[in-house]
Design a protein around this ligand. Structure first.
Ligand code: ZN
Length: 497
């Protein structure tokens, strides 16, 4: 069996060798007429035939590379342009791409390549990028592009259910493709963080396509030592002001950043940034943090419990209070809670069973805590009114709203979500939020009532939280701490001489 195999193997080897010899002899035969090898011996020079062959080959290679390399390079560049074109086609024209095109065409003409093989470039589409300015409406933007309200309606209709056009925000971007005769060819917009939509109008028909973006969160670690201010320390550690505010927000129930900070306090933070298709999109969130304030250590870990993302201490205690003390950004308190006061409109003594927070009309009103919408509608003097039931005994009530947020009775709301907007509906002399905190349906002073402590994570969630979040993040925080301590000791040694 083995012998048969070996026999077949050597036969195959011989066949291959014979074939190679045949091919090579053919190669030499076909080149036998080449002059430099045949006349070499006739020359009076003492160079041997072999040397001539070597020199000739070298010369031939130089000529060949002189011819081939530019042609090859040109061909390569042409390739780059060809693949870049579709992108130019659907993108705003960039000057660097334009100049690339020009560079690529010139060397192509130098080597002996057929200029006819260079395809003419399709016309470059000019997409105008527009960034929404504060106070600008969608109509303003369309008018500025030379478009009509009919165009706007066509876009809104064709974009289907997307919320993008219902409420535009400053900084949001749109791209328009408009013809010289002001006909709208296309609109491009971010559908959400992870996808970009392109709406094309060709021969009166609208076509919507979406492209997924590669969204990533990239983490950073920063360590700061407070010598004058939190902002100073954080800035030295490479954090932006926005991220410092987020850090202060996370610990605001534990640390009073106005009164309690001391020189020597320090912090270590893991935070992330959001990248879309490799490009920075926005700052992310605090992932994990440790703050040493007056020698006391506080921790915060971002954790998704069910569908709610919040911060918890290492022991699984929620850092947020169970209730916001004040559910609106107010300018002043226009009326305190009182058992009896002169009503400004009714002109009679009347108890005021809530707090009035004056704020400009349209200021968002937030749910004070997690709960379920129990009432949404018109209620006598309260005007547009919302009641949220938080647990068996506690509810909160919000009056005089100019309008409601997208909300229905029975809907779950989470703490801080917008439930409506400040107004002066019902009996009100100016725009304000009338806010009530009710315990077993009796109003209590929202400013002084003892707010219930938040519930810690239940046992099963706590185990998951400790294993998946605290374990790995704490290791990172400790590593930075150790490195910093080492570095500080080194500095101390060096300073000491
Ligand atoms: Zn009131």
């Amino acid at each position: 069996m083995g012998d048969v195999n070996r026999g077949a193997h050597s036969a195959r080897k011989q066949a291959i060798r014979r074939k190679a010899q045949r091919r090579h002899s053919h190669f030499y035969d076909s080149r036998a007429h080449w002059s430099f090898s045949r006349n070499a011996s006739a020359e009076p020079l003492s160079w041997s035939r072999e040397r001539w062959i070597l020199a000739g080959t070298a010369f031939f290679l130089v000529i060949l590379s002189a011819l081939v390399i530019p042609a090859w390079a040109g061909a390569m560049r042409k390739e780059t342009v060809a693949t870049a074109l579709p992108r130019v086609n659907t993108d705003i024209p960039r000057p660097d791409v334009q100049s690339n095109v020009a560079l690529a065409v010139v060397p192509l003409a130098v080597p002996r390549l057929d200029p006819a093989s260079v395809k003419p470039l399709p016309p470059v589409e000019t997409w105008n990028t527009v960034q929404v300015q504060p106070g600008q409406t969608l109509a303003d933007i369309f008018v500025a592009q030379g478009l009509s309200m009919t165009d706007l309606q066509r876009v809104i209709d064709a974009a289907g259910g997307t919320k993008v056009f219902h409420q535009i925000k400053p900084g949001q971007e749109f791209q328009f493709l408009v013809n010289a005769d002001h006909t709208l060819e296309g609109v491009r917009f971010d559908q959400d963080e992870t996808s970009v939509a392109t709406l094309r109008f060709t021969s009166g028909k609208a076509e919507l396509t979406t492209q997924k973006r590669d969204v990533q969160r990239r983490e950073h670690i920063a360590h700061g030592l407070i010598d004058s201010s939190l902002f100073g320390a954080a800035s030295k550690a490479g954090m932006s002001n926005a991220m410092v505010l987020k850090l202060a927000e996370v610990f605001k129930f534990d640390i009073d950043f106005v009164q309690d900070l001391r020189v020597g306090d320090n912090f270590t933070v893991v935070y992330d940034d959001v990248y879309s298709d490799g490009a920075f999109m926005r700052e992310g969130d605090i992932v994990a943090a440790e703050f040493i304030n007056q020698g006391k250590r506080y921790t915060a870990y971002r954790y998704k419990n069910g569908d709610k993302v919040g911060y918890y201490s290492e022991e699984g205690r929620p850092l947020q209070g169970s209730f916001l003390r004040i559910p609106v950004d107010f300018t002043r308190i226009s009326s305190q809670f009182s058992a009896g006061r002169m009503h400004p409109i009714l002109g009679k003594m009347r108890a005021h069973k809530g707090v009035d927070y004056a704020a400009p009309s349209g200021t968002p009103i937030h749910a004070a805590g997690d709960g379920v919408v129990k009432f949404r509608g018109w209620m006598n003097g309260y005007g547009n009114f919302v009641v949220i039931q938080h647990n068996a005994s506690i509810s909160t009530a919000y009056g005089h709203m100019s309008r409601f947020a997208n909300l229905r009775v029975g809907q779950r709301v989470s703490q801080g979500s917008t439930i409506g907007y400040v107004g002066m509906t019902g009996l009100a002399t100016g725009p304000h939020l009338h806010y009530e905190f009710r315990v077993n349906n009796a109003q209590r002073d929202p400013q002084t009532v003892t707010l219930p402590k938040p519930e810690p994570l239940p046992a099963a969630q706590l185990a998951k939280f400790k294993k998946e979040i605290v374990g790995p993040q704490l290791a990172r925080l400790n590593q930075v701490d150790n490195n910093t301590k080492l570095a500080r000791n080194e500095t101390a040694k060096n300073d000491g001489g």
